[in-house]
Write a protein that binds this ligand. Structure first.
Ligand code: NAD
Length: 355
């Protein structure tokens, strides 16, 4: 029996509510399979922890996390703690220090998911977002603060290593699945970083003559996400652009309650981290109405990562069964079920499929 050691950081707001449901589904998959299991260790890190201890995680937190096979995270951020502290000192710190340089965000309209777009489109893309540098590198300067001559610099950092490895990852993914790769950049305005990005994309593409390639400016790509999403298969883009276009992606593929993400360290030197894209949703926290499907989808990504792709796919099918049935959905999907009822419905659907 293979046991996967999971560090669980439920975090703030609806984080703990949705994570419970993802764990229910993971446990059901393990039980039905019988050849693997999960061993969870919970960490109370987040904004409440910050208010008590003045820090977002224990001093030896990163060292502790290294011992795990994966991290399952709910959401961080809550009113009262500035977002740049809560995100940078926990979430972004883990992504960076564990070199989780790939952020995988599937944008797929599941069967039965609410349709935002008027026309029937095939929406099935995988956005490969650069996750370690770019516009979120945290480098810059604030000079003459508060004075009339104040100057603020936020530097986008694009290294050859960082740019090449993310583009190559996207090509490998496309080659494996027989899909095209689309690069999203902005070379016409960002005359250093994005011209460089386009050059590296061109260079790497030469190693993959069998993969069809497209390149769009981020403004045009944003429009096509809405008007013609079917043209995108594997998409590769920078940290900031990826953050924004995947929210458009969430909008066209069922909403934030269905948007999942994985932060991958492809070398597996450090644990990878799985989390829903949404935040802690303070407006609905504690009401037990948060949609757990995004967290469950990220659990399915975790199953893929552990080589249990058949279970990852079965979890998605179970989610589709629940969506198509339509009787057990949370209010954001016009239903009246609670978070745990939806989690239970997916777990039952998974069970039913196998038995
Ligand atoms: N990865 C993360 O941990 C992450 C991501 C984004 C925002 N945040 C943090 O979360 C806090 C709130 O941010 P925000 O309000 O901009 O974004 P949010 O994603 O928390 O919420 C945006 C809107 O979507 C709704 N929503 C989100 N997830 C939902 C779900 N699962 N089910 C039903 N409705 C859902 C919320 O009720 C809210 O109306 C902030 O502190 C922010 O920094 C954290």
């Amino acid at each position: 029996m293979e046991t996967f050691k999971i560090a669980v950081i439920p975090g703030d707001g609806i984080g703990p509510e949705v994570i419970d449901e993802g764990i229910k589904v993971l446990n059901k998959a393990a039980e039905l399979d019988g050849s693997f299991s999960f061993d969870y260790t919970y960490f109370p890190w987040g904004c409440e922890f910050y208010n008590e201890h003045g820090k977002m995680m224990d001093d030896d937190g990163m060292e502790t996390l290294k011992q795990f096979d994966a991290i399952y995270l709910g959401a961080v951020g809550y009113p009262g703690v500035p977002d740049h502290i809560s995100l940078r000192e926990l979430l972004i710190r883990i992504r960076k220090e564990f070199d989780q340089y790939v952020n995988l965000r599937p944008i797929k309209l599941l069967k039965g998911a609410p349709q935002t777009l008027k026309k029937d489109h095939t929406i099935d893309m995988l956005v490969v977002r650069e996750n370690s540098e770019g516009e979120y590198s945290g480098s810059g300067e604030r000079l003459f603060q508060g004075k009339p001559e104040e100057v603020v610099l936020q530097t986008g950092v694009f290294s050859r290593k960082g740019t090449e490895r993310i583009i190559r990852y996207a090509f490998e993914e496309a080659k494996k699945t027989g899909k095209s790769v689309t690069s999203i950049s902005k070379g016409n305005a960002l005359n250093y970083s994005m011209v460089f990005w386009d050059e590296v994309f061109e260079e790497v593409s030469r190693d993959y003559p069998e993969v069809d390639t497209y390149s769009y400016l981020v403004d045009a790509a944003s429009m096509f996400f809405v008007l013609d999403p079917g043209r995108f298969e594997v998409v590769v883009t920078s940290n900031l652009f990826g953050d924004i276009v995947t929210d458009i992606g969430a909008g066209i593929a069922g909403g934030l309650g269905l948007a999942a993400g994985a932060n991958i360290n492809p070398t597996r030197e450090y644990p990878s981290m799985f989390e829903p894209v949404h935040g802690s949703a303070p407006d609905i926290a504690g009401k037990k109405i948060a949609n757990p499907l995004a967290a469950i989808w990220s659990a399915s990504q975790m199953l893929d990562f552990f080589g249990q792709e058949q279970w990852g796919a079965r979890v998605l099918t179970a989610m589709e069964d629940v969506l198509q049935d339509g009787s057990t959905l949370t209010p954001d999907m016009n239903g009246n079920a609670s978070t745990d009822q939806v989690g239970q419905a997916v777990t039952d659907a998974l069970d039913k499929k196998i038995k």
